[in-house]
Each structure stands twice: as C-alpha cells, then as structure tokens.
Design a protein around this ligand. Sequence first.
Ligand code: MG
Length: 169
Amino acid sequence: MVERLMGQQRLPCVGSGADAHRFGPGDHVTLCGVRIPHSHGLIGHSDADAGWHALTDALLGAIAAGDIGQHFPPSDPQWRGAASERFLAHAASLVRQRGAEIANVDLTILCESPKIGPHRAAMQARTAEVLGLSPDRVGIKATTTERMGFLGRQEGLAALASALVLRWP
Ligand code: MG
C-alpha cells in the first residue's frame, strides 16, 4: 500500500463519514446520484443523497479538511436543492489539489427500504465516474438494522462511508 517516489513514502490516510435523512413526501430517493423509485422521498436541504454526503465527509476527513457542513453551509440558500454531485466532486478536487490520490472508497447504506441491490451497479458506476476511479475501487453495500431503531421503523435511511487517500508527508 505504501508507495515510494524519489525516496518519499506516500502515507495512506483513512477518512470516515456518516449521514442520515428522514423520509418525507415523494416518489423517489436519490442515492449515489441514482434515482430510486420509492414510496417516500428524503427530506434535506440539498437533494438529500445520504450516500454521497457520507462519502464527501469521508474524503474531507482523510485530508483533515473539515466536514460537508463547513464547505456547504445548510444556511446558505445557494445549496438549496443542490445536486450532491457538486459536494462529492468538490471533496475529490480538494484531495487532488493537495497532490493526494484516492485509493478506494467504501459505502454502506442502512435502510429497510428501498432495496438497494437492484441499483448497486448503477450507484457504483456513478460514484466511480464522479471520483475518477475505476469501479473496482468503489464498494457499495447495504444492510438493514433488523427492524430495530429509527431505521427499522423506516423513519429514514442512513449511510456510512470510508475513504483511503494516499498523501505526501
Ligand atoms: Mg446529508
């Protein structure tokens, strides 16, 4: 994992992210940029894409650059209804501006519904496209919480993300 260039080692730096959004009126959710038909929508200031919000925080975390709320304050009306692709692309661009490289990312969606499986490949492809990564560097997983808690009661959905970034010391 540790690469060497001109005697210097690149340091693997991990970042993690989490996000949750509440279900509300609507007929689809947007996860990893993919429109998924559902009995409810997700409430949020932007498009409420919890997957990409968690991933954005994981990338920012790996370069110690704060969190999504600092870069895109919910109080700022210009982000109302914003496509989360913008947030994720911004984080990836900050990583590259620092001469760093994303090694891989991994995402877990937590929800009882909608079923993620049928959309997994599309979510993986879209995320890889935005990050400029090969799809085999993008993990997309899903789990339920066995009907426990707010996720089990289907009050909303949540996402957890990890990112590994190779940085110069
Ligand atoms: Mg969010």
